[in-house]
Design a protein. Structure first.
Length: 245
């Protein structure tokens, strides 16, 4: 197992559940547009779940283009739209955040919005063994007296705090929503499984997380339907240590 600790990491400011978009953007950084008096009540990537006051992230995916669902999000009361190439779309009176890196910026905005967060987050990546190692670490930290949870293939452990999508690494909004929920219940540590898909620059689901430590179990040939080559698969895993830790 390859293991590395983070020496230092930036702190995001704390924000309240109902927040002015301008303040969220300042917390996320990146020199994006300024918006006066636009209140955000939540963040969604699924237009079907948008509620009044939400920021809708219109992401371009492998199968669907989130920008096609901007009208539905506006009908449901979205007050801000995040995406790329938005000048070609009618966003009504909503604030528009047009960026070349919508996934990277969404990760930072989600992290800034969903505060407080768990102070110590650990990640485990690798082709095999992520679930086992994640559970071992959670159990060891719990035995040492820390209030520790885990996110991954088994969902959120312990159960009953928040529901997570059934995937190794949840989408970026669900992830930060879960970190906030566990922090508000007094959890100080979370160990999560970091999949290569989530780490890949095409998804950036983990880019807003402040990692304190990370481990890699192994690397064998897998997921080449998504990554293309073993080298690109390894590069996605390496991002955890080069870019995020």
């Amino acid at each position: 197992i390859f293991f590395r600790l983070a020496v230092s990491f930036p702190l995001f400011c704390r924000v309240c559940p109902l927040q002015i978009l301008n303040n969220i953007c300042d917390a996320a950084g990146g020199g994006i547009h300024k918006f006066a008096d636009v209140e955000i009540t939540g963040i969604e990537i699924d237009s079907r779940r948008v509620a009044p006051g939400n920021l809708f992230a219109a992401l371009h995916g492998a199968a669907t283009d989130g920008r096609s669902f901007i009208p539905q999000a506006l009908e449901k009361g979205a007050t801000a739209i995040l995406g790329s190439g938005l000048t070609a779309y009618d966003c009504g009176s909503a604030a528009v955040i047009d960026t070349d890196d919508p996934r990277g910026l969404l990760a930072k905005i989600a992290a800034a919005f969903h505060q407080p967060t768990v102070p110590t987050v650990l990640a485990v990546t690798g082709t095999n063994g992520k679930t086992s190692v994640t559970q071992f670490v959670r159990q060891m930290l719990t035995h040492l007296g820390h209030k520790c949870a885990s996110f991954g293939t088994l969902g959120a452990v312990p159960e009953g705090v928040v529901e997570l999508p059934s995937m190794t690494t949840p989408d970026v909004v669900s992830l930060h929503r879960a970190l906030q929920a566990f922090a508000e219940r007094g959890f100080t540590h979370v160990v999560l499984e970091a999949s290569s898909h989530a780490l890949d620059t095409r998804q950036k689901r983990l880019d807003g997380v402040r990692f304190a430590a990370a481990a890699a179990t192994n690397l064998t040939q897998d997921h080449l339907d998504f990554h293309g080559t073993l080298e690109q698969y390894a590069a996605a895993k390496q991002r955890l240590f080069d870019d995020l830790l």
